[in-house]
Ligand binder design. Structure first.
Ligand code: 3PG
Length: 397
């Protein structure tokens, strides 16, 4: 695919699809603006080139309705501050008023379109809706890695309708790091997979089994694997339907010569609450009525050892219910272990980035992906529709 450096932008209306799907508190304040900051190099590049910039994003899942709490107003304000220039918010993303505003842009101006998911044409990838968006611009730039796994109008519908399209700087960084880690990695390559459910990670595990040297499994999804080994898991979250699948994954790993590491001890609690009673027990001896909510210290030591000589580490998903302090130690210790390693380290998806920020180790990780579902889709070995679409601009050239 082409990247934006190869595209002439001066005086042209450049439509940048970004992912400004940021978390907001109950008062509509942005609680984490990383996804906005991550697109600044692309916006500044277009502005420096003398483009007329049109920004587009979704926020939340308003399901084709105009829902005020999903307005991009707070994003417009934050962007103005970060770019140190006025960012006008259009009243909508299509329609005569928006067309007038887009046509009136001067070089170096920035217009932010209102939430593209206020129209159901977006998620349905309605061709007419895509054509209305495409009519606003001459150049399309995809810098929305985090939504590139969705075949939505503003992601895949616009490129075939415009003459020039390209990936932005964030998109390039995401793909470059991911490929470095997974296509031609320095070995050993170790994957750390966590999170609540095996079911949502099956595709990733299958793909990883064909690529990595070792897999470390934590989080509630490890419980199903412990069950597959015949251990008692008390009242822990498990997916009984997947015990057989988990057993097959363990067998396949063994016959492929890939080591899978599971927790050897766990933090168990009598309930999943911040002030629950907790204790540390061997993974083989989880008592009746208790639930596993974090990995224990012996597991941290074991996992640390596994990471010690790794040269590439890819991590998705926390090691426990880390949103509660009582069950965050395992995940935070793993962040530190990853940060201390000499490996190329890539972290993405499922709140794993939140843990890195919480541990204060952001600067010691090679790359933190802005993608959740998109990062997982890459781990599954899937081609992202938004990336593929960049080959279709000008009707296929
Ligand atoms: C994300 O937060 O992962 C992306 O913005 C995509 O959002 P979605 O899952 O609502 O499509």
């Amino acid at each position: 695919i082409r990247y934006m450096d190869d595209i002439q932008m001066k005086g042209r209306r450049v439509f940048i699809r970004a992912d400004f799907n940021v978390p907001l508190d109950d008062f509509g304040n942005i609680t984490d603006d990383n996804r906005i900051r991550a697109v600044l190099p692309t916006i500044n590049h277009a502005l420096d080139e003398g483009a007329k910039v049109i920004l587009c994003s979704h926020l939340g899942r308003p399901k084709g309705q105009r829902v005020e709490k999903f307005s991009l107003k707070p994003v417009a304000r934050r962007l103005s501050r970060l770019l140190q220039k006025e960012v006008a918010l259009a009243p909508d993303c299509v329609g005569p008023e928006v067309e007038r505003m887009a046509a009136g842009l001067g070089e170096g101006d920035v217009l932010l379109l209102e939430n593209v998911r206020f129209h159901e044409g977006e998620t349905r990838n309605d061709p007419e809706f895509a054509a209305q968006l495409a009519a606003l611009c001459e150049v399309f730039v995809n810098d929305a890695f985090a939504v590139s796994h969705r075949a939505h109008a503003s992601v895949v519908g616009i490129p075939p309708l415009v003459k020039d399209c390209a990936g932005g700087h964030l998109l390039r960084a995401e793909l470059t790091y991911f490929h470095r880690a997974m296509e031609d990695p320095a070995r050993p390559l170790v994957a750390i997979v966590g999170g609540a459910k095996v079911s949502s990670k099956l595709g990733a595990l299958e793909n990883l089994l064909a690529r990595v040297d070792k897999i470390v499994i934590g989080g509630a999804m490890a419980n199903t694997f412990l069950m597959a080994r015949g251990y008692p898991v008390g009242r822990s979250l498990v997916e009984p339907d997947l015990v057989e699948t988990a057993r097959k994954i363990l067998d396949r790993a063994r016959s492929n010569g890939i080591r899978i590491y599971l927790p050897v001890d766990c933090v168990v609690a009598d309930r999943m609450e911040p002030n629950a009673e907790t204790k540390i027990v061997p993974a083989k001896e989880v008592p009746d009525g208790w639930m596993i909510l974090d990995i224990g210290p012996a597991t941290v030591a074991l996992f640390r050892e596994v990471l010690h000589n790794a040269r590439t580490i890819v991590w998705n998903g926390p090691m426990g219910a880390f949103e509660m302090d009582a069950f965050s130690r395992g995940t935070l210790a793993m962040v530190r272990a990853v940060a201390d390693s000499y490996a190329l380290t890539i972290i993405g998806g499922g709140d794993t980035d939140v843990a890195v920020h919480k541990a204060g180790e952001v600067d010691n990780i090679s790359y933190i992906s802005t993608g959740g579902g998109a990062f997982l889709a890459l781990l599954e070995g899937k081609e992202l529709p938004g990336i593929k679409a960049l080959e279709t601009c000008g009707g296929g050239g």
